[in-house]
Design a protein around this ligand. Structure first.
Ligand code: ATP
Ligand code: MG
Length: 429
């Protein structure tokens, strides 16, 4: 029978990799906690309308990337392609935005029907951060300092460039859009098919076209920065000043627009040249209009999401994972005796006692029998620092043999009653 495989573009995460993911997740969780952000969790499926109304009908995501289907009731539901819309929905639903500020973060899988390739999957993972109720440039800068601090802690700051831009108010963006459409319509025949289509549907997206001819055409096009309203301009200048004073280098990229409809004012991306075409590892911006657009009271919001797979790829490419990620085991218990059942009991009890008295210690009890030799081989492969050996003699005398597996000195025959204190000393060295 043909074996069933995982869905294309949806990866398994095997134990060797999961230790790396745990390292990344813990580093991020500690970092955002140190800035006072609290975790929020929301469902993986939502009403399709939530994403249509927030992300925008004429974006790549809504046009062609969503996993949308009818449930048994005939209601249209969608596997979330991103977290921001759900986060706003959850906060509104539970009254978290009324007369208060919120600093929130979330993590989990996202789903987009894209062509799978390096750094681009159909189920991928994001860690996102959202801040509500703070209209000023200080919170925009806080998010950028937070990310810079995170990259510094992981040793990848030098490999990343921060690009920022301001999209201005909705009104400013609309008048820029009109000027851009005028300019490009006169040169429509010089645009590729994609950009011609976007001219009607989503002209701002033409700005981040990868086509060199289009980019050249844009050199003489109207610039978004000339259309900024005074308030957005002052806001953007203060973001830059805060970054400069904090010593975080950045590049103003006037063509950075981001793919979703809901952004306004500050937008940003952290990009690397170490991952080929999929070089954006973290992206976000201010989205002051979205809460109202989803039916809430007008409120301000800013956030970002980082792509976990791309960050893992970057940490691997730069060899930045700590060398001492935890093994499966610190202690491996080996037992063999003529009385196999008695040996099983003794091993199980010893394992439970060590786990209870040395919290955090990883204790693997061999299970499954076999010769001492084969059990010790497994102990070695487990990465454990010590094997605890129970044989006939040890069982009879209530002793245990503690055998170092990583060249830390001689083995010791211990009274079982002394085991925990000896182990705890030995593990500390
Ligand atoms: P891209 O331009 O690469 O398609 P995007 O603008 O669609 O990115 P966002 O919606 O801003 O991406 O998502 C934030 C981050 O999530 C991205 O910067 C990236 O690191 C990651 N990401 C987005 N889509 C994918 C995907 N299909 N597979 C893996 N990571 C992704
Ligand atoms: Mg995309």
């Amino acid at each position: 029978m043909k074996k069933i495989q995982a869905i294309r573009g949806m990866n398994d995460l095997l134990p060797e990799q999961s230790a790396r993911w745990q390292y990344l997740e813990k580093t991020v969780a500690d970092c955002v906690a140190s800035y006072g952000y609290q975790e929020i969790r929301f469902p993986i499926v939502e009403s399709t309308d939530l994403f249509k109304r927030s992300i925008g009908e004429v974006t790549d995501i809504v046009e062609k990337e969503m996993y949308t289907f009818d449930d048994r009731n005939g209601d249209s539901i969608t596997l979330r392609p991103e977290g921001t819309a759900s986060c706003v929905r959850a906060c509104e639903q539970h009254g978290l935005l009324y007369n208060q500020t919120q600093r929130l973060w979330y993590t989990g899988p996202m789903f987009r029907y894209e062509r799978p390739q390096k750094g681009r999957l159909r189920q991928f993972h994001q860690i996102g951060v959202e801040a509500y109720g703070m209209p000023g440039p200080d919170i925009d800068a806080e998010l950028l300092l937070l990310t810079a601090s995170l990259w510094r802690q992981m040793g990848i700051l030098d490999a990343l460039t921060l690009e920022i831009n301001s999209l201005g108010s909705n009104a400013a963006r609309e008048s820029f859009k009109a000027a851009l459409v005028d300019y490009l319509s006169e040169r429509k025949d010089q645009l590729d098919e994609d950009s011609q289509r976007r001219l009607d549907s989503n002209p701002l997206r033409i700005l981040d076209s990868k086509n060199p001819d289009t980019q050249k055409l844009l050199d003489a096009a109207p610039s978004l920065s000339d259309y900024l309203d005074d308030e957005s301009r002052a806001h953007f200048e203060q973001v830059q000043r805060l970054l400069t004073e904090a010593g975080v280098p950045f590049k103003v990229n006037p063509r950075l627009v981001r793919g979703l409809d809901y952004y306004s004012k500050t937008v940003f991306e952290w990009v690397t040249d170490k991952l080929g075409a999929q070089g954006t590892v973290c992206a976000g911006g201010r989205y002051d209009g979205l809460i109202e657009q989803l039916g809430g009271k007008p409120n301000t919001a800013v956030g970002f999401a980082m792509g976990v797979e791309r960050l893992i790829l970057l940490l691997e490419a730069l060899d930045k994972f700590p060398t001492s990620l935890p093994n499966a085991a610190d202690i491996y218990i080996v037992a063999a005796s003529n009385d196999a059942n008695a040996a099983q009991c003794a091993a199980a009890n010893m394992a439970e006692r060590v786990r209870a008295e040395l919290p955090g210690c990883r204790v693997v009890n061999h299970c499954g029998g076999g010769s001492f030799k084969s059990q010790l081989k497994k102990a070695d492969r487990s990465g454990a620092a010590f094997a605890l050996i129970l044989g006939d003699q040890e069982l009879e005398q209530a002793k245990v043999l503690m055998k170092p597996l990583r060249g830390q000195g001689e083995q010791q025959l211990l009274e079982q009653a002394d085991l925990v204190s000896s182990l705890s000393n030995a593990l500390e060295d």
